[in-house]
Write a protein that binds this ligand. Sequence first.
Ligand code: BYC
Ligand code: FE
Ligand code: FE
Length: 437
Amino acid sequence: MGPEGFQDSHQVYLRTAIGADAEGWSHFAFVRMPEYRWGIFLAAPEPHRQIGFGDFTGAPAWQEVPGEYRNPLRRLVITQGDTEPASVEQQRLLGHSCPSIYDLRNLLQVNVEEGRHLWAMVHILHSCFGRDGREEAEAMLERRSSSVDSPRILAAFNEPVRSWLDFFMFTMFTDRDGKFQLLALSESSLDPLSRATRFMLQEEAHHMFVGESGIMRVVERTAELMREAKGVAEDVRRGGGIDLPTIQKHINFWYSVSLDLFGGEISSNAANYFANGLKGRANEARYTEHRALEGIYSLEKFEGGRLTVEEIPLRNAMNEALRDAYAKECQRGVDRWNKVIESYGISDRLFLPHRRFNRGIGIYAQDHFDPRGNPVSGEEWNQKRDEWLPSRSDHDYIDSIMNQPILDPNRMAHWIAPPKRGIDGKPWNYEYVRTED
Ligand code: BYC
Ligand code: FE
Ligand code: FE
């Protein structure tokens, strides 16, 4: 279920994780995809590490799984592990429509690292959870993204990644959920889980770079085409680019399905994870108080056709607090894209849809809201759906401009600008993927 093509007769310039020591954790070299080395790496141990949050704050971290937390911990590791191969399955056909060799390399880099992340979680299942851990690891190989009988666990990982625009949105928004979940798990009292996820975070930064810079380059090309067309948005498609409304619809879709990945706004699961020290907050050390027993969270609810505010105990709002941090970081990316649009003298702006928009999980999932968060009727939703989310004809248009791979290192697809620089100090038009002769 790995990437299709470029497997047997190609050498790919890939980063491989090599260790957790100060000499550097990775190196770059040409490797054949089947020979990519999936090491298991843990961040260096912190001597005498203590539990940093929850009811057991200050006690020694666990080197083994305590019997009473076996089930919830196993469930967290399975859920984390399941997403990794899922993303590779979602992306496996994209090589056939890559916009450049540079982008192809980045896709394959992301894929091999997600494979390694699966391996890291399987290692924990095998080494910490005995026989049922081994069975769960097998089950991870049986589930498939979008399978009717045996789908991946979380909804976003069953959504098709049809195009490179989807791929960039996915690495911007969905991999960034990964970042925040990994930050929360890296606080875990279970030390092997904490160390494995801390190491994974080092690789994750590049995935989000691929997404954010990928969309930035699409936006730049779009702005160029708009300038050539004297600001007539419809002419972007005539010039073979991706118009801003289509980009906005893709943001609306991938941001909203990624918001769902944080779970319910009010969650007793999350409260228990926190109380028992299984899953913390991102960057727990930045908080002064680590038990979160007193705090409250003001949550906006939609009830009986009106918005109201309810105060809920902080521990039950841990999913929502993590989602807040995520939303803030996503907004910074959107601001950077808007700077590019502005620099072309264009007044249009991209935005993140409201967190109530298009939700499938949590307290807003039962109602309909427009991208600005205003309640709308089911009828209006059905009417406007294609203005707010990518439509069939948007997908058809995107397919039509991404219908072949660009494999000449000096060329870039028409719908995207070249990057400012390449990988590992090389120029962007370096031959990152070569055929063996
Ligand atoms: N889809 O209390 P609630 C990554 C279920 S991404 C479907 O709200 P909880 C990556 C939930 O299971 C990071 N079902 O949720 C990115 C529960 O089911 P039950 C992956 C969902 O447990 C890109 C019910 O709804 N890591 O690494 O607080 C490429 C209500 O539960 C969804 C993790 O997720 C959904 N979106 O929070 C590659 C970390 N959301 O019990 C990789 C581990 C909720 O009623 N996972 N449900 O049957 C967790 O911490 C938690 O499971 C979640 C959910 C945050 C996901
Ligand atoms: Fe990952
Ligand atoms: Fe990732």
